[in-house]
Structures are given as C-alpha cells and as structure tokens.
Design a protein around this ligand. Structure first.
Ligand SMILES: C[S@@+](CC[C@H](N)C(=O)[O-])C[C@H]1O[C@@H](n2cnc3c(N)ncnc32)[C@H](O)[C@@H]1O
Length: 386
C-alpha cells in the first residue's frame, strides 16, 4: 500500500460530503485508487486502474450530477487521462512500478532470493507496545538522557527526532563538547541504546548529524553501524542541504593537487531507522501531510536554510522548524508521542505541539529547558490543519 502516484486536483470550496464523489471511489479497491481531501481540493492516489471503466463511470455520474460535481469529476478524469506513462496488466493501467520489471527480469523472484534487511531479521524486540505514565507526557525534563530514559517503560515512543552534540567543540551551557572520540561515542551509544529500548515496535528514530570532516570522523556512518548492529532497520537517509556556501572555499587541503584535496559539504545527514517493522501503525485520518508535501518530501534531498535565530535563543546548534515539521509530518501521525533526548531549546517539542503531537524533551541544561518551556507556552496548536 506504500506506492501510489499522487494526482492533485485543485477545487475551490470543495463539498466534502459530495455523495457522487464518494460513490465513484467506492467502486474501486483502495489498493488501486483512493482519494483524500486537502485544504485546496483533493489528492487522488493512483496505483492501477481499468481506465476505460473509470472513464465510463465518471461520464455516467457526471451526466446525472449538478454543475459543480460534474466539473469536479471531469477534472479528476482529465488529470488522470493526462498521465501518459504506465504499464498494462490485462485491462488495467499500472501507474506504479511498471518499469522496474523491464530493467530487471524476474525482479520479484530476485528480491525473494536476496531477502530484505537480513541484518535485523533476528531481532528479539517485543511486539507489545506500552503506555508511558502520564507524568512524562508533554513535559520538558532537565537531566542526562542516560538517566531519565531509564525511567520510561520499553516500547512507548512513536518517533524520536534528535540531533546530538557533534563534538565539534561548541560552547554549550553545561555540556562539554570536543572530547576524545571514543568517550564521545561511548556516551552516545549508551543513550541511543536506551532510545531503542523505549521506541515502540514499528517506531522510528531519525538522527540529524554532521560528520566532523576535518577529523575524518564519519559520525553518520558510525551511528548507522551502531543502529544496524542493534537490529534496527535502515529506512533511508535524507540529505539536508543548507546551501551554506560560505563554508565552501575556506580550506583547500592541497591546492590544485591530488595529493590531499579537502572535500567540503553544504549539507547534513538525517539517518532514519525503524524498530521491528518498516510500517508504523496509525489511523490514516490522523495523517496531516498533504499530497503536495508528500510528493515533494519523499525525494530525500531537502533544501532548507539553517536556523538563523540561534543568537535569539542563546543556543549554538539548533535545527530549524521547517526541517522538524517535515520529519514529523512524514514519519508520525497526529496524536503520536515524539521524543527528543537532546532537545536543546526545544525545536522538536515546539513543532510537535504545533502539529498536535504529544512530546517529551530532555536536555542536560536547565537554561535550555526553561527556554524550551517558554517556546511551548508561546506555541499555538495549528488548527488550520483540521
Ligand atoms: C545539537 S544540540 C540540540 C539542539 C536542538 N535540536 C534545538 O534545535 O534546540 C544538542 C543538545 O544536547 C544536550 N545534551 C548534551 N548531552 C546531553 C545528555 N547527556 N543528556 C541530555 N542532553 C544532552 C546539549 O545541552 C544540547 O542542547
């Protein structure tokens, strides 16, 4: 059920209870085609369709409908008819995956032989998800995540989104940054082990990191290796391109020589892992991502400027709200419980509140936690989403 192509239909003042519209889609299984309303119309999700049968039904229904409904039905037909790339299976047009079969012969059989995420199959995670005690929900907690997380039951968090300190040597309030790499990783691994424990079966952890290129330490690979060894499923990697080009030409390594050129990056990484299952169970009515957002954000290179308000918040390493909004809408449902164990001044928790998620933010600095609480108090729940 994952792969559909979204077809956006713009309509002013759409009537959500339009019986004819619902009757049309009732004729087809959700595996093939379904639709969802958006603020400015609807999105039709299309996988496969007997197009001429669909066209006939639309024409029949439109003939017996009022002007607005007929216009809407014809617009749906027009937008689907416009799609000229598809495969054929009997009478059906296949809109998804039809070209894969051609490039790799017997693709399905080869996939079966290879198997998926072999490294995580022998996990021993419990499938029993648990409720966390209310005292922790929608709270900002000051303390060391290693200690605080021990108080949570296992399998209780839907999504963890976080960015640990990168060990670059930044000036945090009371965290010492820039220590021996072994000590740094040992501490991170202890905290991330707790994160894995508290994550629900089917929950996700998304970690934003920037390797320290000048030390030749690929933090994103080292952390990914840790999660894989701890039996999480690698779901993917997002390149967050900040386009901070002023960093680009400051260090050359060996100028105009292959002896030791120094590579520069304008992006950071988001590593995404799942516990037990790639699918996260939830009510689809609680999904708040629009068709346009979905279409854009599943392409895993995100162009988002860095946070410009770090001085205002008095924190040296924040990620921006638009990045958080994408992660939360793409990987969690409204009402889910979101945890950030390195919450800083609370970007994750403020966005979670705005998007009607529950949240828990932990940071070792009391000063940052107070700012995160202020931010929560000043954040309104986004009612335009409902
Ligand atoms: C990169 S910052 C996260 C900033 C956050 N994403 C934001 O937008 O405000 C990492 C944070 O981890 C906190 N920290 C460091 N060690 C910690 C620990 N053991 N437990 C909890 N927080 C810790 C630091 O105080 C710092 O605020």
């Amino acid at each position: 059920m994952d792969n559909y192509i979204p077809v956006k239909i713009y309509v002013n003042n759409i009537k959500r209870d339009d019986a004819t519209l619902h009757r049309l889609f009732f004729l087809y299984p959700k595996e093939d085609i379904y639709f969802e309303f958006t603020n400015d119309g609807l999105v039709v999700y299309l996988r496969e369709l007997d197009f001429f049968n669909f066209k006939r039904n639309i024409q029949l229904l439109a003939k017996n409908s009022n002007v607005d409904t007929a216009k809407l039905l014809n617009s749906i037909l027009y937008n689907i008819e416009k799609i000229k790339s598809y495969g054929l299976k009997g009478r059906k047009r296949l809109y998804v995956g039809y070209d894969k079969e051609r490039k790799v012969k017997n693709r399905i059989e080869k996939e079966r032989i290879r198997g998926t995420y072999y490294y995580a199959k022998d996990n021993t995670f419990s499938r029993q998800n648990n409720k966390i005690p209310e005292q922790f929900v929608n709270k900002i907690i000051t303390g060391d995540s290693e200690e605080i997380l021990k108080q949570f039951p296992e399998n209780c968090i839907d999504l963890i989104f976080t960015s640990p300190p990168y060990n670059f040597g930044l000036e945090y309030d009371n965290h010492k940054d820039g220590i021996d790499w072994n000590k740094y990783f040992n501490k991170l691994f202890v905290i991330f082990k707790e994160c894995i424990r508290v994550l629900k079966y089917g929950g996700r952890i998304v970690v934003n990191v920037q390797p320290l290129f000048s030390d030749y330490i690929p933090i994103h690979h080292i952390l990914s290796d840790f999660f894989i060894k701890n039996k999480l499923i690698w779901k993917g990697e997002i390149l967050w391109d900040k386009h901070n080009y002023n960093c680009k030409y400051t260090a050359w390594g060996s100028w105009k020589s292959p002896s030791n050129p120094y590579l520069k990056y304008t992006w950071e990484f988001l590593e995404i892992f799942c516990k037990g299952d790639l699918k996260h169970t939830g009510n689809w009515k609680m999904a708040d991502i629009t068709g346009d957002e979905f279409k854009k954000w599943v392409y895993a290179r995100w162009d988002i400027p860095p946070e410009y308000n770090m001085k205002k918040y008095g924190h040296p390493a924040m990620f921006p709200e638009p990045l958080t909004e994408r992660v939360l809408k793409l990987f969690s449902f409204k009402g889910d419980l979101i945890l950030d164990p390195f919450n800083g001044v609370g970007t994750t928790t403020a966005v979670a509140k705005r998007l009607s998620r529950n949240y828990i933010g932990i940071d070792i600095s009391d000063e940052y936690c107070k700012k995160a609480e202020d931010r929560i108090r000043n954040t309104q729940v986004n009612t335009s989403l409902f």
